[in-house]
Design a protein around this ligand. Structure first.
Ligand code: NAD
Length: 495
């Protein structure tokens, strides 16, 4: 029986901090590093290679060479599948290491990292591997005098720039389909959470992915990230992060080589609770978890709660009751449900929105206090605001923390109007016992994902992405597999 605590395991953990370029772990070309701080303790965790344009140049050259030599894209799909299945198995075997690094790096509870992040990463690579020798190309229905082929080919060099909230899973959503389709992939993890991407590189090498096909460049967005996005020999930039940076990357693609640019961006997702909700307790518990899980640092966090006015008071009391179960605590304790906010900047940002909400006239009905003052970590008790109106910035802007805004409505048309009154369109949810209301709502909601009588349902078979300023691409499912390919039409004239 394993008697070590997660703290013991964290103590014993050794991990890499270098970049991974052309099959080797290397320091950054400049020799510079940046600090990684554990947000639960404020202690220094590591110095990590700080890659800049010189490292980008080396990595892009290696990626291009691997692509042109066809060491990966030229393999039969079944062979790529076998190597990627091996990769998925290795990821699964290292799940404790992934979970620990994720928790130490960005503050999420170890049980979430073990229960979701690590297995979802392995599953994503496995799913894409299994798909790749089952997708067929097309023969177009044309004249007898020709054979018209519609085939898909890898894009070439794909740069994946990813965020810190689900560092490995967000990387896997790009790596899985991009590698399966034969591309060379360069990952630029967030400067706030680079450690698991480096472990992904280690395991990719062990799995047999050839040099240059998978590389990792830790570093800052305005340095390594920007150099990748502006590079003329990168064929695709695939991004998950904020809308502000997503917009920049689209313009970098336009300024450079018109590289394919897929953006998965922010959200301010509305969670509608109609008066005919079947199970009020379940809906309230879900409304609490939809904003508290992962410290509210979730792109699809249910941050706007729209409740029918006839049940508003009762429902808010229930949500408060369930929110009380989400108290921040040490992320390395197995029963912790809320960990630390990722860093000092994000911590200040969340607290400042809690102040703004009060000064705008909303009522802070629960929580919202900094807690765990005996640590040097960044812990905030989840907050619930009532009396929120659509003109308030806490209603409109993505806070990316555990702050829930409650507004009421009197008719389903008003709920839809309120829900859609956002520059974002990532996710939306509706609780009702009337299937017609559910379907009418799900059709009217301008969001990439709609949850009916749940929040956060879905798996690898379902596309994930946003309407409006929440993005322009889809991760997961065969939709993601296809986006890492070009479509070629070949017309063969017959004698
Ligand atoms: P961010 O936009 O600050 O950073 C994301 C990545 O972009 C990081 O790797 C960063 O280094 C890089 N970057 C920053 N500036 C850059 C630049 N000028 N050029 C190139 N790269 C640059 O986002 P974040 O704070 O890491 O993550 C939080 C955001 O991510 C939230 O808005 C959240 O909603 C969004 N998100 C979206 C999804 C989705 O699937 N739609 C999933 C998770 C997170």
């Amino acid at each position: 029986m394993d008697t070590m605590t997660w703290h013991d395991k964290a103590e014993a953990l050794s991990f890499r901090t270098q970049a991974f370029i052309n099959g080797h772990f290397v320091d950054s070309a400049s020799g510079e590093t940046f600090e990684i701080i554990n947000p639960a303790t404020g202690h220094l965790l590591a110095h990590v290679a700080r890659c800049t344009d010189q490292d980008v140049e080396l990595a892009v050259r290696a990626a291009r060479q691997a692509f042109e030599n066809r060491v990966w894209c030229g393999l039969p799909p079944a062979e790529r599948k076998a190597i990627l299945l091996n990769y998925a198995k290795l990821i699964d075997e290292h799940k404790e290491e992934f979970a620990l690094l994720e928790s130490l790096d960005m503050g999420k509870p170890i049980s979430d990292a073990m229960g979701y992040d690590a297995p979802a990463t392995a599953r994503c690579v496995q799913w894409n591997a299994e798909a790749i020798d089952k997708v067929y190309d097309e023969v177009a229905p044309v004249t007898e005098g020709a054979l018209a082929l519609v085939t898909r080919e890898a894009l070439g060099v794909v740069a994946a720039i990813v965020p810190w909230n689900f560092p490995t899973v967000m990387a896997a959503w790009k790596i899985g389909p991009a590698l399966a389709t034969g591309n060379s992939v360069i990952v630029k993890p967030s400067e706030k959470s680079p450690l698991t991407a480096i472990l992904l590189a280690d395991l990719a090498k062990q799995a047999g992915i050839p040099a240059g096909v998978f590389q990792v460049l830790p570093g800052f967005g305005h340095e390594a990230g920007q150099a990748l996005a502006l590079h003329n020999d990168v064929d695709c930039i695939t991004f998950t992060g904020s809308t502000a940076v997503g917009k920049k990357l689209l313009s970098f693609a336009g300024e450079s080589n018109l590289k394919r640019a897929f953006m998965e961006c922010g959200g301010k997702s509305p969670h509608i609770v109609h008066h005919d909700v079947k199970d009020m307790e379940k809906a309230a518990a879900t409304a609490a978890s939809a904003i508290c899980y992962n410290q509210g640092e979730v792109c699809t966090a249910g941050s706007r709660l729209l409740v029918h006015s006839s049940i508003k008071d009762e429902f808010i009391e229930l949500v408060k009751k369930y929110m009380a179960n989400w108290q921040p605590a040490d992320p390395l304790e197995s029963d912790t449900r809320v960990g630390a906010i990722v860093d000092a900047t994000q911590y200040e940002r969340v607290l400042s929105y809690i102040n703004i909400g009060q000064s705008e006239g909303a009522t802070l009905a629960y929580g919202g206090k900094p807690v765990m003052g005996h640590t040097d970590g960044f812990f905030i008790q989840p907050a619930l605001f009532t009396d929120v109106t659509p003109d308030m910035s806490i209603y409109k802007e993505e806070i990316f923390g555990p702050v829930l805004c409650v507004t009421s409505f009197d008719s389903i048309d008003e709920a839809i109007q309120l829900a859609n009154d956002s520059e974002y369109g990532l996710a939306a949810g509706i609780w009702t016992s009337d299937m017609s209301t559910a379907i009418k709502c799900s059709r009217a909601l301008r969001a990439g994902t709609v949850f009916v009588n749940n929040w956060d349902g879905g798996d690898m078979t379902m596309p994930f992405g946003g309407y409006k300023q929440s993005g322009n691409g889809r991760d997961k499912s065969l939709h993601a597999l296809h986006k890492y390919t070009e479509v070629k039409s070949t017309w063969i004239e017959l004698d």
